[in-house]
Every structure is written in C-alpha cells, then in structure tokens.
Design a protein around this ligand. Structure first.
Ligand code: F3S
Length: 277
C-alpha cells in the first residue's frame, strides 16, 4: 500500500503557538487552568492534563490567583475581565487570525453594520467573535438561514476562521438582496484554506483519504466534508486504533490528511501503523 502524505499536515501556526505557550506555562507554574478544552483533540488534552493542566467550565470555579490559559479560539471581553478580577495570571493563547475576526466584528458593529457571523453558533470561536461585537449579532450556518433574515440597510459579514470558502460565498450571495450596503471580511484563515486544498488534491490522486483529527474538531470535520464533496472515500479517525481494516481492503494508494488541531505524535503513530500493513 502506498501512502501519500498531504502537506501541510497537523498543527497550524495558531494551535502550535497556543500549545507551546501552554507547555511553557505548565513548566513554569506546574498548574494551569483552562476554561474549556484547550484544543479539540482528546488525546492531546490527556497528555496536557498529565503535565498539570486543569479543565474548568466556569470562571466561578477558579481558585484565587490561578494561572489561566485562554485557548486559540479566544474568549469574550467579559470573560477576560472576570478572570482578571479574580487576580489570575492570564496566558492568552488566542490565535492572531481569531483576534482579527474578533476585531473586524467589533469594527463593523461600531460603524453601524448589523453583524453576521458565518459559522457554528455553538463553537467557542464563534461565541468569542460574537462577544467582541457591540449589539446584536446573527450567526448563520447556511444560505437557508438567510431566508428568514430581516432586510437591513447595512450588513457586515465575518466568518469563523475554519469555514469552507464555498459556504461563505453562498451565504454572502444570499445576503445581497437583503441589504443596501454589504461589507464582507473574509476572515477564513490561510491555514484552513491550505489544508482544504491539500485534501482536495489528495482526493483526486488517491483511492481514499484518511483524515486524522478529534471527532469534536470543526476544522477536521470540514476536511472530511471537502473530501466527500470531491466524491472521495473518506475514513475519519482520531487515533491509530480506529483504523478500519475493511475500509483499507482493495486500496493500493491512500492519502493522509490531518486537522489543524492534530498533534504530530498522533499523526506519526497512524502513519507507522499503516506502514506495517
Ligand atoms: Fe488560527 Fe487558523 Fe489555526 S485561525 S488556530 S491558524 S486554523
């Protein structure tokens, strides 16, 4: 069996930067609190917990003067304030591309635009972007959501950084008849785009693509979606023991892709497990 390894693969610069900072903080302070999972990859979270990471869901659960890590998805200004008021040391791992989307949402709302965020309303990054805009924010996931959208004079659009470009385009087109003035910031990050292009190429060059990444990872889910749209046979696994022998049968050339939140050690484990077959 021949493996075609996609490039880029695994951690994007934003996740790498955040995890490097978290590891440094764990080395320095021994114990670091994270509000929610610092990365959408269970295996990597287990490794960080073994180093001293503590997961909490609410600021109220923080002990006084704790060290607090803000994940790459960012958080709202209100949460930042609450954490600081507790006397915490803040390690801000917010990805610069997410900060850009947050700033654009704030700018649009300040300039009187009704802000639309294209993305998953439940995703922590979308919630952090929403939190930076002033006033009401609409989150849409598909052009269908726009049908019920009230017409507005000014609409300003930003996107979740991991959104698929085709979906942003479709939603923007649907918004054209709903507004007299439409301003769009394409805040999809380059790391996301490059990984989606890689998966498209793998889909056309191989008999099937294995996408490695947490089952709760949005950017990995998008890679799977992109490959499926290309008509590709896709296997989504979080780690090597999820490799499906039936899926491998009769395939002589397989592509390997990984989400931006998948660590190298997990990817290497899958590759070496496949190389032994
Ligand atoms: Fe940042 Fe893009 Fe990664 S937004 S965290 S570089 S997927």
């Amino acid at each position: 069996m021949k493996l075609v390894i996609g490039k880029p693969l695994g951690f994007c610069f934003g996740v790498k930067r955040a995890i490097d900072e978290l590891e440094r903080a764990l080395g320095r302070y021994g114990e670091v609190y994270a509000l929610g999972s610092p990365i959408h990859n269970e295996e990597e979270v287990k490794r960080l917990i073994s180093m001293g990471l503590k997961l909490i869901e609410k600021v109220e659960c923080l002990p006084p003067n704790a060290v607090v890590f803000i994940r790459a998805h960012g958080t709202t200004p209100e949460i930042f304030d609450m954490v600081r008021k507790k006397g915490s040391i803040v390690i801000d791992g917010t990805c610069p591309s997410v900060k850009n989307a947050q700033e654009k949402a704030r700018l649009l709302s300040k300039e009187g635009y009704n802000v639309v965020v294209v993305g998953d309303p439940k995703h922590p990054e979308v919630q952090s972007i929403k939190g930076h805009a002033l006033g009401e924010v609409y989150v849409v996931t598909s052009p269908k959501d726009v049908e019920a959208f009230p017409a507005k004079d000014k609409i300003g659009v930003v996107s979740q950084t991991t959104q698929e470009e085709g979906m942003l385009l479709a939603i923007v087109s649907a918004l054209v008849p709903k507004s007299r003035e439409l301003r769009v910031y394409n805040t999809i990050c380059k790391a996301t785009l490059h990984r989606q292009e890689t998966v498209k190429k793998l889909a056309s060059e191989t008999e099937g693509v294995i996408v490695i990444g947490g089952h709760n990872s949005t950017n990995t889910a998008k890679l799977v979606e992109v490959a499926k749209k290309e008509g590709c046979d896709v296997l989504w696994i979080a780690k090597s023991d999820e490799i499906d022998e039936d899926w491998l049968k009769n395939k002589s050339i397989i592509g390997i892709a990984a989400g931006a939140s998948t660590p190298d050690w997990l990817i290497n484990d899958v590759i070496s497990s496949l190389s032994c077959r």
